[in-house]
Design a protein around this ligand. Structure first.
Ligand code: G16
Length: 543
């Protein structure tokens, strides 16, 4: 075994987006493409010699090959030990858990999350810091800068490690330990939730369907829900992680998890439904005949946090991304705790969590989590809801309706215009930004604009500033229209339009969502010229 220095030339476009570098598999398969990015990570980090690194992914196509490259490069850079999930598997939340539990200096997550997998799908790589969370922007930007100038990478010429065999092997001076990808995570969940109560719920005949969507949550859900909590075999469907996710688009929303929604709307629906995404950090919660919006789910978890043993002492605060509905803000107000509004991206929650300023975080993009790790956590959210149902004895729909009756309902929806021509999308945003100063005070339909701006966030812990985080048009009654471009797509640009309207009166809580938001959608189109700029008659996906 020897360490080789291989000459390389920079690849354009290796700037991490909302959550790491995500590209088509074919782009990652170019000789040197992955190696350059990994070299840039090592060039950026300091003081990792002899330390522990955690590596794993969601099992998608190219996962195993990428792990072999990372192991050989880690060995060439003097890393002391790598913990890698058996079969190359570690869900994003499980990786965060393992980094924290074993005091690793960081982790490398291989996933393009909810983006489709397979040879023609997407691949991704993300660096997580020693707190177990996505590296902050100053680090991802430093990695990017490095990709532009590097001219060589170092790699051991060792042979492949058997990722399927648990135990310890060596590459150069570095130890590689193949670990059980589920055990540490499952133990943490047992500490947070009332497993006895949930076990009793299943023993009483409660029926659930968990859709793993052919991605990485399957082994976690099977071990915990069917194994430790005694739900019948078959509760978890699509539970084996496949390289192409079995053709699923593993994004847990009512559009992509149509099989689950049809089941929950059908005559023999189970009591509870849930789905998770490619790397198991997202979740969708479904009751009989009702899909809970992620913003409502965050608010309901916050309002009921004390039912779970891990949160019995209450919560310190809540953080939500700016486009997420303000349902959680109402709960925070009632609890007398702060609610922070951050840019889109879980990395912006890290400082607040590390400083103990918040306990719960959530995003409209089907992400919810807590201070137990530094990633959003799909299975955690599902277990919270199971704990809540067990403790309250109420079905999902009753829990949601009672929450609205108490706090009011934040009607909410996201309209995505996917794979739009990138120039058309940026032109639309530029045009919108130019209009902002003129919008305040304007009456549009039955609304009047209170203020309109491009969201700027100053981190209250380190004072770092993130600007251009989304255009907001906020009405005098608190209703909002938000526009931003996605930072996770791999084809053209995706325009996201977020709509929110508050309704206090329970007599008006049964209006179909899109109907309740129709006027705001029409205003958004007329102000931004959505149809004119995109050439589209309507959104590709509505959630
Ligand atoms: C990632 C980020 C989330 C973000 C979501 C959507 O989720 O971790 O914080 O809300 O993307 O981002 P965008 O609107 O820029 O596409 P995941 O599950 O893809 O890692």
């Amino acid at each position: 075994m020897t360490i080789q220095t291989i000459s390389t030339i920079p690849f354009a476009g290796q700037r991490p987006g909302t959550s790491g570098l995500r590209k088509k598999v074919a782009e990652f398969q170019q000789p040197g493409y992955l190696e350059n990015f990994v070299q840039a990570i090592f060039n950026t980090l300091v003081d990792f010699a002899g330390q522990t690194l955690v590596v794993g992914g969601d099992g998608r196509y190219f996962n195993r090959q990428a792990i072999q490259v990372i192991l050989r490069m880690a060995a060439a850079h003097g890393v002391g030990k790598v913990l890698v999930g058996q079969g190359g598997i570690l869900s994003t939340p499980a990786l965060s858990c393992v980094v924290r539990k074993y005091g690793a200096f960081g982790g490398i997550v291989l996933s393009a999350s909810h983006n489709p997998g397979g040879p023609h799908g997407d691949f991704g790589i993300k660096y997580n810091s020693s707190n177990g969370g996505p590296a902050p922007e100053r680090i991802t930007e430093a990695i990017y800068s490095n990709t532009l100038v590097l001219d060589a990478y170092s790699i051991s010429d060792a042979g492949p490690v058997d990722l399927d065999r648990p135990g310890v092997v060596r590459i150069e001076q570095m130890e590689v330990e193949v670990i059980d990808p589920v055990a540490d995570y499952a133990q943490l969940m047992q500490e947070l939730f009332d497993f006895d109560a949930i076990r009793a719920l299943f023993a009483s005949g409660f029926r659930m369907c968990f859709d793993g969507m052919g991605a990485v949550s399957g082994p976690y859900a099977r071990t915990i829900i069917e194994g430790m909590l005694g739900a019948p075999a078959g509760t978890v469907i699509n539970g084996v992680p496949l390289e192409d996710f079995g053709g699923h688009h593993p994004d847990p929303n009512p559009v992509n998890a149509a099989e689950l929604i049809a089941l929950m709307d059908g005559p023999n629906a189970p009591d509870f439904g849930a789905a998770s995404d490619g790397d198991a950090d997202r979740n969708m919660i479904v009751g009989r005949g009702i899909a809970v919006t992620p913003s409502d789910s965050l608010a309901i978890i916050a309002a009921n946090a004390r039912v779970a043993p891990g949160y019995r002492d209450g919560i310190a605060g809540i953080a939500r991304s700016m486009p997420t509905s303000s349902a959680a803000d109402r709960v925070a107000l009632a609890l007398g705790v702060p609610c922070y509004e951050t840019p889109t991206g879980w990395k912006y929650f890290g400082n607040l969590l590390d400083a103990g300023m918040v306990t719960l975080c959530g995003e409209e993009s089907y992400g919810t989590g807590s201070s137990h790790i530094r990633e959003k956590d799909g299975v955690w959210a599902v277990l919270f809801w199971l704990n809540l149902i067990a403790a309250s004895g109420k079905p999902v729909e009753a829990i949601v309706r009672e929450h609205w009756a108490r706090f009011g309902r934040n009607y909410y929806s996201r309209h995505d215009y996917e794979a739009v021509d990138a120039l058309a999308a940026t032109t639309m945003m530029t045009h919108l930004r130019a209009m902002l100063p003129r919008l305040a005070g304007m009456a549009i339909g039955s609304y009047s604009v209170d203020f309109a701006d491009d969201f700027i966030y100053t981190d209250p812990v380190d004072q770092s500033v993130a600007s251009h985080q989304g255009v907001r048009i906020v009405m005098t009654d608190g209703s909002r229209i938000v526009f931003r471009l996605s930072g996770t797509g791999t084809e053209g640009a995706t325009i996201r339009l977020y709509l929110e309207r508050y309704e206090a009166d329970p007599a008006n809580h049964a209006i179909p969502r899109q109907q309740a938001l129709a006027e705001l959608a029409a205003i958004a189109d007329s102000v931004a010229g959505l149809r004119a700029h995109t050439g589209r008659e309507g959104p590709t996906v509505i959630t």
